[in-house]
Every structure is written in C-alpha cells, then in structure tokens.
Design a protein around this ligand. Structure first.
Ligand SMILES: *[C@@H]1O[C@H](CO)[C@@H](O)[C@H](O)[C@H]1NC(C)=O
Ligand SMILES: *[C@@H]1O[C@H](CO)[C@@H](O)[C@H](O)[C@H]1NC(C)=O
Ligand SMILES: CC(=O)N[C@H]1CO[C@H](CO)[C@@H](O)[C@@H]1O
Length: 819
C-alpha cells in the first residue's frame, strides 16, 4: 500500500512539473529563454562549487562551498575551495552537466577521506535553484569528520538595498535576502540525514567561557561584513577566523588538546564580535564513522516564485528529471550508438566538464597601452606601464578549471567548435560576449581575459598585463565562420523546401530547441547586426597591427618575376616574437626564422587573416551588405593566392614562413614541417582543386614526420628542433590542430565519410587511422587517470601539461559522436 502510494505521489509530482514546464514555456521568447535558462549556474568555475548569476554585476549573490577534515590537527591546511590540480584532490568531475539545466559533480578527496557528490539543479524557469551536498567516507574504517562550509555573500556595497539576513535557529536555517538588481529571495538549508560530530565537553575545564560557541554538534553560523572585492577570499577569511579562535582556546588548554576536542575547536564562531553583515559562513561538521555519511540541501527561491522548491523530495525529483533531460539532449546531438558504455560515459563526462568550465566574469583588467615591442633585439618585453582599467564582463568557457580558469581568446574558438554541436545558441551567446569585448575605438580584444581580483589571483603576475599590440589566432572567427556556414546552408535548404511561415513561428518554440540561431534567419540577422560593427573594428585592428613590412620585398619579388602575382597589401607577421618564442601565434616555441627579422612573414598569420576575411564575407552576406561581401571576397582570393605565391615552397613541398636574407636580399623559406605548414589546409583555405593537396596528405601520413599512433605531432620528427628546448609545440600532440585537420579531411575528401571505393584511398586511410588513434589514446589516458590532458607525448602518448584540460581536448567528443 505504501509503495503504491509513493508511486502515485511520484507520478503526480512529476506530472505537475511537466505541466508547469509546458505552461511556463509556451510564451518564452528566445531572448527570455536565453536569459532565464542561463541566469544561475556554478559560473565561478574556478571553485569546486561556486554559484553566481550571469549578467548581474552590481549586486550578485555569491555562493561557495568548502570542506575539510576537522578531526585532525592540520586539517585546516586541506580546506578545499578553488580547484587546484596540485592540491591532491584525486577527482573532480562533472559527470553530467548543462549550464541551462544543472548537473552532478563528483569529488574524490582521498586526503580528507571524503567522497562528495554535488548536485546543482534549477526550476524549469531557471529562477530558483538548489544545491544538494551528499558525502560519504571513502575509507569507512577511518574515524574522522567532514566539516562542510557554505558561504553566502549578497554583494552590493553601500547601497543599503542589498541584504542577507538570517532567520530562526537550529540546524535547518533560513535567510531572506534582497539584491538591488534581482529583488527578494530566500535561501533555506535543511539536512536530509547525517550525524553531527560530538561536541567537546569543556564544562569541567577552567574558564569554560573561553570555549563558548565552540560546538560542532550543530550547524555553526557567523555573519560579518566583507567588502565585495574581498568576497572571493572566503577561504582566507574563514581560515584566519578559525585559527584565531582555535589558537585562543588551545592556549587556555595549555597544550593539552584532547583529539576529541578538535572538531569543536575547529568550528567557526564570532570571536571578534563582528557586526552581522551580508556575508555568512555556515559550517556543518558530520561524524563520518557512519558509512551512510550525510546529505543536506540548499534551496534558493526567488520571492516572486509562486511555486517554491521546498521539500527535499521535490529536489530529488528535480535531480532525476534534470539528469535524464541532459542525457536525452546529449543523445539527440551525438551519435554514440556504435560505442560501448565506457566510451559513452567518457564522452558525456568530457563534454560536461567542458560545459562545467563555463564561467561568468566581471571586473577590472590590467592593460599596458604604452609599451612597444623591440623589433631590433627581440628581447622579451617588460610591461612597465600597466594600469587597472574599468570593469568588463565576459561569459566564456575555460581551458582548464584547475589551471587556466579564465577566458583565452585562442582556446575559445576551439572550445566552441565542441559546444556548438551540443547547444548552438549557447555557443553563439558566448561568442557574442567575446565580440562585445572588442573595443569601440581600437578594435582590440585581449588574448587572456583576466577580469577582477578573483581571476587575477590564479595568474602569475607577469602574465596579468595585456597589451593592445599583442594578437592571437582569431579562432573565434573560425568558429563563427563555421556557424554562419551552417546557418546559411540551413536557410538555403529551408527556403528551397519549405514555405516561410514555419520560420516566423520559430521564435516561440519549446525549450528543447537550442539551435534557434541556426534555424531562424530573423534571429540570426538580429544578432549579426549587433556584432558587425565590432567585427569590422576588430578586423581593422588585426590586419593593421599584424601587417608585414613589405617595402623590401618589392625588389625581391620583381627580381623573381612574381611581383604582379602577389598582393603586398595582404601579408602578415606576428608582432612581438622573441628570439625563442612567438607567444602571439599560440604555438609559443614552434621554430621560426633565425635570426628573427622584422621583415619576416608568417604563413599562419596570413592563414588566420584568411579565416577572418571569410567570416566577414559571410556576415556581410547574412546582412545583405553586397558591396562589403564583394570586397571581402576579393581580399579572400588575394590571400589564397598569396599563400601559394609567397608561402609555398616547391622545394620543400609545404607552406612555410618567409624571411629576407640580409646579405643577398633574397626571399628565404623558413620551413619547419608541422602544424604551421598544415594550417592553410586545416583552415580550409586552399582551393578544393589545389595541386598541393597530395603533398599535404603525404606529409600528414608520413610516419617519419608527423604521423604517430597517438595523433599528428606538432613538429616533424625530422626537424632539427623536434623535442628540443621547452618542447611545448615542438613535438607533443595537441588535439585542437588534430581536430581541424580531421575536419578539413572531411571537407576536401567527402569520401572519408562514406568510404567510397572510388575516393582517394590515402586520404581515407589517413582519416580513419588518425581519428581512431586520437580517440583511443585520449580515452586510454582517461581510463587510467580520470583526466584528459593539455597535450600528449609524441613518443608514448601519455598525457602531459595541465590535467583536466577539458578545453579543446574535449573535441574528442565530436570525434566520437559527430564524425
Ligand atoms: C562515492 O560514492 C558514490 C555514492 O555516493 C559511490 O557510488 C561511488 O562508488 C563512491 N566512490 C568512491 C571512489 O568511493
Ligand atoms: C571506413 O573504413 C575504415 C577502415 O576500414 C573503418 O575503420 C571505418 O569505420 C569505415 N567507415 C565507415 C563510415 O564505414
Ligand atoms: C519564479 C518561479 O516561479 N520559479 C519556479 C520555482 O520552481 C518551481 C518548481 O519547479 C516552479 O514551478 C516555479 O515556477
């Protein structure tokens, strides 16, 4: 009877949520859906769990979770907060995650003997949300505690309107809050189960008042005022309050600290008589001798919400439906039918970790607009005129939560190639946020976007300064171009096959549809209009700042008899290389001309400008700006010709950098076979009937040069610099370039997809082997260690560089499910 009842109850509650969903979303326009579904998420992705709203800059509610084992003396040293790949946490992985919906993160922290499962789920309209914290011991024989600290900060200084106040007593506690921008809300914490650690008995000691407030047997709470710009220092603040409090108590104990006292001594209390403020620490200390561990929920409800998330069974239902929905969305976008279960888990997890890195950043940026590069000595530049500038915002994914938790212009384009396959509109939203950063007057955007003190705290100081002279490969335009091609193709097919009416209705479709910008030309045009002026500026900035020095080439090309064939307006170089490194190229230590010369022309810079030009042409097309479209078409053609006439070396049979020989005034090819030589192909610039295609396939297939069992190496095994020096881009296998090579193979040789026996057999063999080698190696590393890596060793395939690098390495999901 009881069973039937609970089944009925389950059906009823599920039904009512489904019903609410239909009702609530019928009228949601595309814009509303975007704003609401992306409002709340763990956007402080540099924390193990850190929640904040998007686009709320003045008075965001900022939430974070920390934990440690308070039963040991030095437990506080292992207080976890920011993801750090060196802090000994064995695993931290979003098994299932989508920023629009929520997800499940699993953390295996062996040093603290804690196996944590964290859920973040949202109501259907995205306005209210819940965090569930579930912890069990890893080693059940070890007696210890799990002390979990949640902090809440209602930011918004000095306006008096943004507040967060605690109501009531007990372990289940409630807050009411007010954000100037978001209005009223309340937050409740309630325990589902778990046994609090036993309180120390201080009663029989001298001066028991010294120990007042030190009680681990119930939820501890301290409220204080913390300035907005210090909120991110929650861990430091907690540690210092706690160590002061514990030290004063321990002194009274005169060194006789009974280990049973520790959990109480390490419980937060208000020893400094802080006035209550908008910042709150809530600490719960559980006795982990019970293998069932503990579980509690944190529930946020917007006050206007008529239908509040309250009961834990609602949260449970929401968790179930959220995880199922993400799985279903994933299955709709990726075809993994041919894969075994472990590969499917790997793919969903890897995509989830990429999405779990998506963050919203707001704050100041440090810029040096004065210092110029030295084009004589090519010594590294010191940026000594750095200034903190006014705040900016960015919505972006990150290369690695533990190591690179900020926006990277060069990584982002690749990350979006993956995200767009899952959620086209989300990728568009991110790309738009980046384009919004393009400065109106200069057209510049920083190559690392490090906004605010929290983001800066994760960057070595010498790298925090950005300079408007430094460019980086405009990968965002590569992805933008891909997105526009899709949208244009889609529209062509629709205009051809369908009447227009269905298009008009599309602005009001159901929330499952995350490809609206691809399929609704009106929406796309609206977005494109907004972005176009910025892109024009950016294009001008890039092509002006990175323009090659051409005077000396006029005579040289004249002599060679090719002057009439080359377009000297369209040759480029990376400004700011040093003798050993060319950081702007993204391929840091990849070998370049020696000695460096201001007259050097870089083939990859030219190829990237080709990609930018192609996107400008496409966006002009979308907007119906015919003159602009024609102009960009002409430039694109000139660039493609320059690739062949200036950068193709017949002798070496590959694309190369070019420099001038100082003595003989001749063009010199600087050929180092590797990723740079492949770029004109990988970026789909060279014509489909190019006579050079065979040589490129040959180079990629050659096991003495680029081909290995693990993927294409960055620099040929025969190159004199292979594996030398820092060995960063001089051999290791990088997934980003491998991925675009695979994609280009599909573009130039459609037969690789169909295995058409009449096709180019070399290309088909290369495609299949390369794809399988990459997948197998990345997968095997993951199986062994639980991580995907920044790059992979060229000799044994082992992951190296940053761990949990679910930035562009996540492109393996496309390889598995889209190729
Ligand atoms: C962590 O706990 C979950 C259940 O909460 C369990 O399924 C998983 O096996 C545990 N993992 C480890 C490494 O203990
Ligand atoms: C094409 O052939 C290769 C090698 O025989 C094979 O691995 C691959 O799965 C085939 N692809 C398709 C789409 O049949
Ligand atoms: C603002 C608002 O109404 N929020 C929602 C809170 O969550 C419940 C449960 O999913 C929804 O029904 C509400 O609409």
């Amino acid at each position: 009877m009881l069973r039937i009842y609970s089944l009925l109850y389950f059906l009823l509650t599920t039904l009512s949520i489904c019903h609410a969903e239909k009702g609530a979303n019928k009228d949601l326009s595309f814009y509303e859906y975007t704003e609401k579904s992306l409002l709340w998420a763990p956007y402080r992705s540099n924390c193990y769990l850190g929640v904040r709203p998007r686009n709320i800059d003045q008075s965001p509610l900022v939430v974070g979770l920390m934990w440690f084992d308070s039963s040991v003396n030095d437990g506080l040293n292992r207080l976890r907060h920011f993801v750090d790949q060196n802090d000994g946490v064995k695993q931290y992985t979003w098994e299932v995650y989508d920023p629009r919906l929520g997800g499940k993160e699993v953390i295996i922290d062996e040093e603290n003997n804690l196996n944590l499962t964290l859920y973040f789920v949202k109501s259907q309209d995205g306005e209210n949300w819940s965090i569930r914290v579930h912890g069990v011991p890893i080693d059940t024989s070890r007696k210890h505690t799990a002390s979990v600290v949640l902090y809440l900060s209602q930011n918004g200084e000095n306006d008096g309107e943004s507040q967060l106040i605690r109501l009531g007593n007990g372990n289940d506690i409630e807050f009411v809050g007010h954000s100037k921008e978001m209005g009223k809300y309340n937050i409740k914490l309630f325990d589902n189960y778990g046994k609090y650690a036993e309180a120390a008995n201080f009663e029989n000691l001298d001066n028991p008042e010294i120990y007042e407030g030190l009680d681990c047997s119930k939820t501890a709470h301290v409220s204080l005022h913390v300035p907005d710009e210090e909120t991110w220092k929650a861990r430091d603040i907690f540690q210092s309050i706690l160590s002061d409090s514990a030290t004063s108590a321990a002194q009274a104990l005169q060194g006789e600290v009974n280990p049973d006292f520790l959990p109480s001594l390490l419980t937060v209390r208000n020893i400094f008589q802080f006035q209550p403020g908008n910042f709150h620490f809530i600490q719960k200390t559980f006795d982990m001798s019970n293998p069932e561990g503990f579980e509690f929920d944190v529930v946020y409800n917007a006050a206007k919400s008529p239908n509040k998330l309250r009961k834990s069974n609602r949260v449970t239902n929401l968790i179930t439906s959220t995880l199922n929905e993400i799985q279903a969305r994933f299955n709709r976008h990726f075809d993994l039918k041919g894969q075994d279960e472990e590969h499917r888990v790997f793919a969903l997890q890897t995509l989830s970790n990429l999405l779990g890195g998506i963050g919203y950043f707001h704050g100041t940026q440090i810029v040096d607009r004065v210092t110029e590069f030295n084009d004589e000595t090519f010594e590294p530049t010191t940026f000594s005129h750095a200034k903190e500038e006014s705040p900016l915002s960015l919505f972006t994914s990150v290369p690695s939560r533990g190591f690179f938790p900020r926006g990277f212009y060069w990584d982002e384009g690749f990350q979006l190639l993956q995200i767009m396959e899952y959620d086209f509109d989300l990728a568009f939203e991110i790309i738009t946020s980046w384009f919004d950063l393009i400065e109106d007057d200069s057209g510049w955007v920083a190559r690392e976007v490090i906004l605010g003190a929290e983001a800066r705290s994760r960057v070595p100081e010498e790298f925090t300064v950005q300079s408007p002279n430094v460019a980086n490969p405009p990968t965002l335009l590569m992805t933008f171009s891909e997105m526009l091609s899709r949208a244009i193709d889609y529209q062509n097919s629709v205009n051809f096959n369908q009447d227009k009416e269905s298009n008009d209705n599309q602005e009001k479709t159901l929330r499952e549809d995350t490809n609206q910008l691809e399929q609704n030309s009106k929406l796309l045009v609206k977005y494109a209009k907004r972005i176009y002026p910025k892109l024009l500026k950016h294009y001008e900035w890039f092509t002006t700042s990175q323009k090659g020095l051409t005077e000396d080439y006029v005579e040289v090309f004249e002599e060679e008899g090719i002057l009439s064939k080359v377009h000297l307006d369209h040759v480029y170089r990376w400004l700011g290389r040093t003798v050993t490194h060319c950081l702007p190229s993204g391929l840091d230590d990849y070998p370049r001309a020696q000695p460096p010369d201001a007259a050097e022309l870089n083939v990859d810079t030219l190829a990237w400008v080709g990609v930018m030009t192609r996107s400008m042409k496409q966006i002009a097309h979308v907007l119906g700006a015919e003159d602009d479209e024609k102009r960009y078409l002409k430039i694109e053609k000139d660039i493609i010709q320059n690739l062949d006439n200036i950068h193709w070396s017949d002798k070496d049979k590959c694309y190369c950098d070019v420099t001038l020989d100082d003595y003989e005034d001749e063009r010199q090819f600087v050929c180092h076979e590797g990723y740079i030589s492949l770029l004109p192909f990988a970026l789909k610039l060279i014509p489909k009937d190019s006579i050079h295609l065979d040589s490129i396939i040959e180079l990629m297939s050659n096991e003495e040069k680029l081909f290995t069992d693990y993927g294409l190496v960055s620099l040929s095994k025969q190159d004199e610099y292979h594996g030398k020096g820092e060995n960063y881009w001089r051999g290791p296998i990088w997934v980003n370039i491998n991925y675009i090579c695979l994609d280009a193979l599909r573009f130039y040789y459609p037969e690789v997809i169909t295995n058409d026996s009449k096709g180019n057999s070399k290309a088909m063999k290369l495609y299949n082997e390369l794809k399988n080698n990459l997948i197998d190696n990345i997968f095997e590393n993951w199986q062994e260690t639980g991580y995907v890596y920044e790059n992979y060793n060229q000799n044994d395939g082992r992951g190296s560089g940053a761990k949990q690098f679910t930035g562009w390495t996540a492109l393996v999901v496309n390889m598995l499910g889209r190729m």
